[in-house]
Write a protein that binds this ligand. Structure first.
Ligand code: ZN
Length: 124
């Protein structure tokens, strides 16, 4: 096992820490045997994740929506929705260009993750 960093792996890494399920902040753990990537929120969680894997413990992936973060994200996305609605002359996302749909969804996801990062920095 080794800590693994590469640009291409950024597209496959999980958003949440494999150990504590907080938002991951860059530490990646790559398991050579099964080509599995684990994201970690800290060096401590990276070490703990590695130890759990070595002991054969399961690392359940638990994801759930935080409704406060989703609401924050929705509010932070309104301006972009209005801008793209006007640009595409339609409020129906399916009538937008593929590029604009992608831009909008990427923005929503980014805002959600930003909200979760902020929460992880202030809550235990
Ligand atoms: Zn963690």
């Amino acid at each position: 096992m080794k800590a693994y960093h590469s640009k291409s792996i950024a597209y496959d890494k999980p958003s949440f820490c494999s150990n504590c399920h907080k938002v991951a902040k860059g530490g990646l753990l790559y398991i050579e045997e099964n080509k599995k990537i684990h994201s970690c929120c800290s060096m401590a969680c990276q070490k703990e994740t590695k130890e759990k894997i070595e002991r054969g413990e399961k690392l359940p992936i638990k994801a759930s929506v935080n409704y406060d973060s989703a609401d924050y994200c929705r509010k932070r996305s309104q301006h972009l929705y209005k801008e793209l609605r006007q640009k595409n002359s339609s409020g129906d996302l399916f009538n937008w260009s593929a590029e604009d749909r992608k831009k909008f969804f990427n923005w929503i996801i980014l805002e959600y993750l930003n909200a979760e990062v902020a929460k992880s920095e202030t809550e235990e």
